[in-house]
Design a protein around this ligand. Structure first.
Ligand code: AHR
Length: 502
């Protein structure tokens, strides 16, 4: 199969906000307890945080981490997680039917985030609570001192404010499953009033209002229109979520799903423009895609187990074990975000550790990288700079979800400072090699090229505790400098990173 791709130095989409490679940690299952926090673990530091996990998070170089939920946040009292640990209450977590010990709260998470080299993106409870708790929380986290909340933070051991900029106004408030679910009009009003109050404290906060939980929601996209009309001049981002599944075990359909993601982003981008015009506003609201990932391997089993259990603390939940096919999917999702980086400024892989996550741990034992760790790491570490508007000509196929799905999924990023061009490419054909003629126009001469390849004969191959390196990247030999650019040779069902030094 042959493809022709053209990259031109002047055909650019946007600078990429590094926060496109954000992540997410929720008090859910073993994400926090025995995920990042396990005081008895052999690698635990003085704060009880697993150093082996911190090392892998640092390797991912994720610039932000959203916390503490997710559905969990909608019935969470942030005050339960401050003060002496032995006096913190255990509460029922209504979202996941578990017990929450509150041994990790804002102080512990903030310390961990610093060690993991990531900034906090904090979510406020607008489900069971409202404006008053939100303003108290922001004051506790960000005010220097001299008030009850800020002095309490100091008394609890943190002298300086954390200065968190990015705040989510609730989570998935369109979802009937959410504690404190609201109609678009009710939520829009509450979000606007909360945003106004928080801006009263600090105009420079970046605020994220809830959009749809996914594009199959019956309220989508009217939800976005109503909520944005109520909040447009107070918020900076609208949050979208989407999870991907392959229950049908149909790889072609599965790998066509990013078309649906692309359409979702395009539609919400149109709604933003519509509301902006209607509001006669000069403000630009962008998209924070703050939950995305593959989620289906354990989903049905988890729902059945949850229905029966008796409020366990940190049970195994949403522990999807990813396979090689998911590497291709995650590569295509990240490519979609890069191609839409003019409107999607923030995105968070959901989640980071143990819960539908690139990093897995065993209590008291090992940590390992899931298959999807690698495409995320490559995009996060090498996908920074300017997204290129590539011209791609290649064979296509018709899927149920969309016609004319390109067999070659490719995104390109130019880092002018480093003098590099990086291409992330997925060959969606399971039977044919993709021969790509990639012309580089007005970039100067390519001095060298490196090819990193992930492929496996078995789409179902997984990295597990006992076999953590079944699917790993290798040095590829499919990229060559040619006259005017590159030639690429991409094996069937493969994920590639091609990096050019200019
Ligand atoms: O990430 C798992 C859950 O998915 C989150 O708690 C929720 O926001 C979404 O439905």
């Amino acid at each position: 199969m042959k493809a022709k791709v053209t990259a031109h130095s002047r055909y650019v989409i946007s600078d990429i906000d590094n926060r496109l490679y954000g992540s997410f940690l929720e008090h859910l299952g073993r994400a926090v307890y025995t995920g990042i926090y396990e005081p008895d673990h052999p690698t635990a530091d003085e704060a009880g945080m697993r150093r082996d996990v911190i090392d892998l998070v640092r390797e991912l170089d994720t610039p932000i981490c959203r916390y503490p939920g997710g559905n969990f946040v909608s019935a969470y009292n942030w005050e339960d997680g401050i003060g002496p640990k032995d006096q913190r209450p255990t509460r029922l977590d209504l979202a996941w039917r578990t017990a929450e010990s509150n041994q990790v709260g804002i102080h512990e998470f903030a310390d961990w985030a610093e060690k993991a080299n990531t900034e906090m993106m904090l979510a406020i409870n607008l489900g069971s609570r409202g404006l008053d708790e939100a303003r108290a929380f922001v004051e506790y986290v960000n005010h220097p001192g001299g008030t009850e909340w800020s002095d309490l933070r100091k008394a609890n051991g943190r002298a300086d404010p954390w200065g968190v900029k990015l705040w989510c106004l609730g989570n998935e408030m369109d979802g009937p499953w959410q504690v404190g679910h609201k109609s678009a009009a009710e939520y829009g009003h509450l979000a606007n009033e909360t945003a106004k109050a928080l801006r009263g404290f600090d105009k420079s906060l970046e605020l994220v209002v809830c959009g749809s939980s996914h594009s199959n929601m019956p309220t989508y996209p009217q939800w976005e229109s109503t909520v944005l009309q109520a909040t447009y001049d107070q918020v900076d981002y609208i949050s979208l979520h989407m999870y991907f599944d392959n229950y049908e075990k149909n790889t072609a359909e599965y790998l066509a799903l990013p078309e649906k993601l692309d359409r979702y982003i395009g539609t919400v981008s149109g709604v933003i423009d519509y509301v902006k015009s209607r509001s006669r506003s000069k403000r630009d609201v962008k998209i924070s895609f703050d939950e995305w990932n593959v989620w289906y391997h354990e989903r049905k089993q988890d729902a059945a187990r949850m229905a029966e259990w008796d409020w366990p603390h940190a049970p195994r939940l949403l522990e999807d074990i990813y396979n090689f096919e998911d590497v291709l999917q995650v590569g295509c999702i990240l490519n979609t975000f890069i191609r839409r980086s003019d409107v999607v400024r923030i995105a968070c892989i959901a989640q980071l550790v143990n819960v539908i996550a690139p990093i897995m741990t065993e209590p008291g034992g090992a940590v390992w990288r899931q298959t999807i760790y690698y495409p995320f790491k490559f995009a996060s570490t090498m996908g920074r700079g300017t997204a290129l508007q590539l011209d791609v000509d290649c064979p296509t196929y018709d899927a149920d979800i969309a016609p004319n799905v390109k067999y070659l999924d490719i995104a390109g990023v130019h880092d002018g400072d480093a003098g590099t061009l990086t291409f992330f490419a997925v060959n969606k054909s399971g039977s044919e090699v993709m021969d790509v003629d990639l012309s580089l126009e007005r970039f100067g001469t390519a001095k060298s090229v490196e090819h990193t390849l992930i492929r496996h004969d078995d789409l179902e191959a997984k990295n597990t505790k006992d076999n953590p390196n079944a699917v790993t990247p290798e040095v590829g030999n499919g990229a060559r400098i040619s006259e005017g650019g590159l030639t690429l040779n991409l094996p069937p069902y493969s994920y590639s990173v091609v990096r050019v030094q200019l």
